[in-house]
Design a protein around this ligand. Structure first.
Ligand code: CA
Length: 489
């Protein structure tokens, strides 16, 4: 027997012979074991949490020890980008693995829940699926065995939820409740199935209402202002100046919550508003961090940590006073970059950092691949599972396509589309017919539009060709011709 086992063919023949013998039942269960060992997936997503307000991304303004733990015990992705930087559209991209113009949610339209989704595929493959917290896609969640979501945007204090279609009212703070319900889901799940849980926080979305525990946390601190705080938008297209999401002009009394001291100069008032905004935003983040800690602790205690993929991300980035803005929408870095931290002790090296370009459209194919499922032919993203394992494919993408549609609501950010590579970003504001080009190596803060600089003429040509190629590749071909694109709305 020992000799026979030295030969793989003989070994397989021996197994086949045994399979027809009385020991077959035991062997069959051994053969089935890999299916039972598929990883659980805990996908934690917050709303509007910028990477630069997370410790492991080098935050200069706060500390997030629990979220950082995922990076420490897993991987931090430094170039995870959103394809349309706004809430509902990003969520639709994540759940379908398709771009906005294909999944039917370019703005705040109602999601057609009859289409195939990540949760439906995982559910059909035997996963127990759950969606808890902020859904914000207009229609009821589909493809979930259990769902308990906020109606619309939801509120921070004593929120209503809709549990499997039934409206319920709760006492407490939204972020705590979402973690409570997520832990309940994990406790009550059928233990013979792997689980897939989307645990989505409302925080730190506007209007940034902190809980009592963290309300005063930043009261005595001065939050450093970002280096682009006084950007005057010189040299850009008309879009930046038109946008109504400025710290000094557009933060409302509801946002800052207190009356400013009397007699402040315009500059002092801007600084005061920034402090008010950031202190509440960061207090909301702190509650998310505490509750991420609670979920990680539950995984530890229940013995689930080893075989559970834990993701922490946000539906897009956010401006934290950068360029004098709050909110998102623009293709500029602070809004384009999504935090993405992932832990999977079996397959991802602890403490690793990756700079490959991954997109929210890739999330569904990646999580499906982790569950052993092939990417459906009509999904547009690509699995970055090999990237997580440190084996980036040689033909991995070097550029990405971005498109934003929502105008004029709510902040008059002009529609635009563009291409980003590791070195450059070319943006076309299609209603204005104006372009911007940034040299990301020389000008990472994107303060100098070099589109008209003759030194970049060749680069502009190359990037336009790449933009048109990507536009075609993702099938966003409306009114697109080989001449300069005009209004494509
Ligand atoms: Ca959002």
């Amino acid at each position: 027997m020992t000799q026979a086992l030295t030969n793989r063919r003989d070994f397989l023949a021996a197994i086949a012979a045994l399979a027809s013998a009385p020991a077959a039942a035991r062997l069959a269960s051994a053969a089935d074991a890999p299916a039972d060992k598929r990883p659980n997936i805990l996908f934690i997503m917050s709303d509007d949490h910028a990477a630069h307000a997370i410790g492991s991304y080098g935050s200069k303004i706060n500390q997030t020890p629990n979220i950082d733990r995922i990076a420490k015990e897993g991987m931090r992705m430094d170039c995870c980008l959103v394809t349309n930087s706004i809430c509902s559209p990003s969520r639709a991209v994540i759940i379908t693995g398709k771009y906005s113009h294909i999944n039917g949610v370019p703005v705040f339209n109602t999601f057609d829940g009859s289409q195939p989704t990540l949760s439906k595929y995982l559910q059909a493959a035997g996963y127990y699926t759950g969606m808890i917290g902020k859904w914000h896609l207009g229609s009821d969640p589909t493809g979930f065995d259990y769902w308990n979501v906020l109606p619309g945007q939801g509120v921070y204090h004593n929120p209503a939820f809709i549990e499997n279609g039934k409206r319920t009212k709760h006492t407490g703070y939204c972020t705590d409740l979402i973690a409570d319900f997520s832990i309940e889901f994990l406790k009550n799940r059928p233990k013979d199935k792997p689980f897939f849980l989307m645990s989505h926080h409302k925080a730190p979305h506007r209007p940034w209402d902190p809980d009592e525990k963290h309300k005063q946390m930043f009261a005595d601190r001065e939050i450093p202002e970002p280096s682009t705080f006084n950007d005057d938008y010189a040299g850009r297209s008309d879009a930046a100046a038109e946008a109504t999401m400025r710290i000094d002009r557009n933060l409302m009394p509801r946002d800052v919550k207190e009356k400013p001291p009397e007699g402040l100069t315009a500059e002092q008032l801007k600084k005061w508003k920034y402090q008010r905004y950031m202190k509440d935003y960061l207090a909301c983040v702190q509650s998310v961090d505490d509750n991420v800690g609670r979920l990680l602790e539950y995984l530890d205690k229940s013995g689930l940590a080893e075989n559970t993929i834990v993701v922490y991300t946000s539906d897009q980035g956010f401006f934290l006073g950068d360029h004098n803005w709050y909110d998102k929408r623009f293709m500029y870095e602070e809004s384009l970059k999504m935090p993405f931290l992932v832990r999977w002790p079996k397959r991802i090296k602890a403490g690793s950092v990756n700079r490959d370009m991954v997109l929210n459209v890739d999330f569904a194919p990646t999580l499906m691949a982790a569950a052993g499922l092939a990417t459906p032919a009509d999904m547009q993203g690509r699995s970055f599972l090999p990237v997580l394992e440190g084996k980036t494919p040689a033909d991995w993408r070097q550029s990405m396509y971005y498109r934003y549609y929502h105008y004029p609501m709510h902040h008059r950010v002009q529609p635009h589309y563009g291409v980003r590579t590791h070195e450059y970003k070319l943006i076309y504001f299609n209603k204005l017919d104006q372009w911007e080009l940034y040299d990301l190596k020389k000008d990472p803060e994107e303060l100098k539009n070099v589109y008209s600089d003759p030194a970049y003429a060749d680069q502009v040509k190359k990037l336009k060709a790449e933009l048109y190629r990507l536009k075609k590749e993702v099938k966003d071909e409306d009114q697109f011709a080989d001449k300069l694109p005009k209004d494509t709305q």
